[in-house]
Design a protein around this ligand. Structure first.
Ligand code: DGP
Length: 112
């Protein structure tokens, strides 16, 4: 499968890693939208949030545990945002599930 984030997870494409374990990888976004902008992905291919099932959802709790730890380590005490874009109309450009962890600035709500 020709998937950019599978290649990053397999070390075929380099990334600026901030956390890794057997199931997930966190690395800095190449086009940051905030002073801290990290992508957290499952290593196993899941195309998007629409593909989360009872069989593969265990990794989601691991992603959010890592997000809390990464945010703490990055000093984001005043707040941070975790978001996943699902599908074309939501702006998903890489079809491998990823959560954007962003912090270091204020965010508006609702998002555009
Ligand atoms: P989304 O638009 O929600 O699918 O987010 C995809 C993000 O992936 C976007 O913020 C830019 C980032 N990105 C794309 N290609 C690369 C890459 O090769 N390396 C890294 N680190 N980030 C990438």
């Amino acid at each position: 499968m020709d998937c950019l984030f599978c290649k990053i997870a397999n070390n075929e494409i380099p990334s600026d890693k901030v956390y890794e374990d057997n199931d997930i990888l966190a690395f800095r976004d190449i086009k940051p939208n905030a002073p801290t902008h990290i992508l957290i992905i499952p290593k196993a291919h899941i195309a998007s949030a629409a593909e989360i099932t009872a069989e593969n959802s265990g990794v989601i709790s691991k992603i959010f545990e890592a997000a809390a730890k990464i945010a703490k380590d990055a000093g984001l005490e005043s707040g941070f945002r975790v978001v996943t874009n699902c599908g074309e109309s939501a702006g998903q450009s890489v079809m491998h599930l990823h959560f954007h962890l962003m912090g270091g600035r204020s965010f508006s709500w609702p998002p555009g």
